[in-house]
Design a protein around this ligand. Structure first.
Ligand SMILES: [Zn+2]
Length: 365
């Protein structure tokens, strides 16, 4: 799986490979893009290209083979969420004293170090950056170039300042990737010492084409739906849990239908009663709220004459009927009250009751 395996953003990938060809990769590269845009995948590909033992060239530019011992060991960390879960579990099993001193890091090749955000705060901590500083001035042991991949840009203050010190005196044989959904989260002084490459959202048609190849079990309607809900990010589309979404949408539609038809309460309590307390109920409620926002936005597109923007295209007829029964003021009120439900969740209010209240206030509106 060479660089040609990367979906979209061909210009950005080309620019990165040109820098590889000139052997002038910057010391720090900010890869910016939405969740699932492919930031980590591209950083891993570059780490392989920098250290591949067979030096393949495609389209006149450096590539990687994916089969040599360096490529294979780096690829062991391709599945970031699995490696992250393992690292967290390994630390959980330690004695309390060791736990405190153990920083979360992922390393499957001696010259490639991955630095994920450290739970429970989910931020990069100073101890993690210290490990980078300890190793960054050593020559690579088996590859040509050391690669550090910070998978998140939420840095604790001291950690950001330590990273800045490294970037002020950059080492000769290391490249650091800083992955971020929002470059503004990084210190301006860090940004000014790095180049920023952006991974833009892909057109829905491009994502649908990719899904047609990789998710053949989905029909055209399902592919169109997922492409529109994933915001132009291929990774988000490929990892989309369609079954969970459709289940949440069924409940969301039941809530909105009850709110739009005050006389008909059948089914509402059966729905809201399934949203219980506990972690599982919390995830389920968050998914429901996210889905409600998407449906309200679709109703807004329909009532404001921009049906092309509709995301839930597979239930366009049902949404069209609902759009006839509500108006802009009702949709705006629903969105506002939904943010109230979210706030209530943060205060740990009983979920089923706050969902019932959400529907009840809309009936009065
Ligand atoms: Zn290789």
């Amino acid at each position: 799986m060479p660089f040609s395996d990367f979906h979209g953003n061909a210009e950005t990938v080309h620019r990165l490979r040109e820098m590889l060809a000139r052997e002038r990769l910057p010391h720090a590269i900010i890869l910016a893009g939405a969740r699932g845009a492919g930031k980590y995948k591209l950083a891993q590909m570059t780490a392989k290209a920098l250290n591949c033992l067979t030096h393949p060239v495609t389209d006149g530019l450096p590539d990687f083979c994916g089969a040599c011992s360096n490529c294979l060991r780096i690829a062991e960390a391709d599945n970031l969420s699995a490696r992250f879960a393992e690292a967290v579990a390994a630390r959980e099993e330690m004695r309390e004293a060791d736990k405190r001193d153990t920083r979360l890091l992922i390393q499957t090749h001696p010259d490639v170090l991955i630095i994920p955000p450290d739970p429970p705060q989910m931020m990069i901590k100073v101890g993690q950056v210290r490990r980078v500083i300890e190793t960054v001035y050593f020559r690579p042991s088996e590859g040509r170039e050391c690669v550090y991949i910070f998978t998140d840009s939420a840095f604790m203050k001291e950690a950001a300042n330590s990273l800045l010190k490294v970037l002020e005196e950059p080492p000769g044989f290391a490249t650091m990737f800083l992955l971020t959904e929002n470059p503004g989260e990084l210190l301006p002084t860090i940004r000014s010492r790095a180049i920023t490459l952006a991974l833009a959202a892909l057109p829905a048609a491009e994502i649908e084409a990719c899904l047609a190849r990789q998710r053949p079990q989905w029909d055209a309607n399902q592919r169109a739906l997922v492409a529109r809900l994933s915001g132009g990010a291929v990774g988000a589309a490929l990892s989309f849990d369609l079954a969970a979404y459709v289940a949440a949408r069924k409940d969301a539609l039941a809530l909105l239908t009850t709110a739009a038809h005050p006389q008909d309460h059948s089914g509402l309590f059966q729905v809201t009663d399934t949203y219980r307390s506990g972690a599982e109920g919390k995830n389920k409620t968050e998914e429901l709220i996210r889905t409600l926002y998407w449906l309200l936005e679709d109703l807004l597109f329909l009532t404001s004459g921009t049906p092309d923007l509709l995301r839930n295209t597979d239930i366009a007829a049902e949404l069209g009927r609902m759009a006839w029964e509500v108006d802009f003021a009702w949709i705006a009120a629903a969105a506002e009250r939904l943010s109230g439900v979210e706030a209530g969740m943060r205060r740990n209010l009983l979920r089923s009751l706050s969902l019932d209240a959400f529907v009840a206030t809309l009936e009065r509106a």
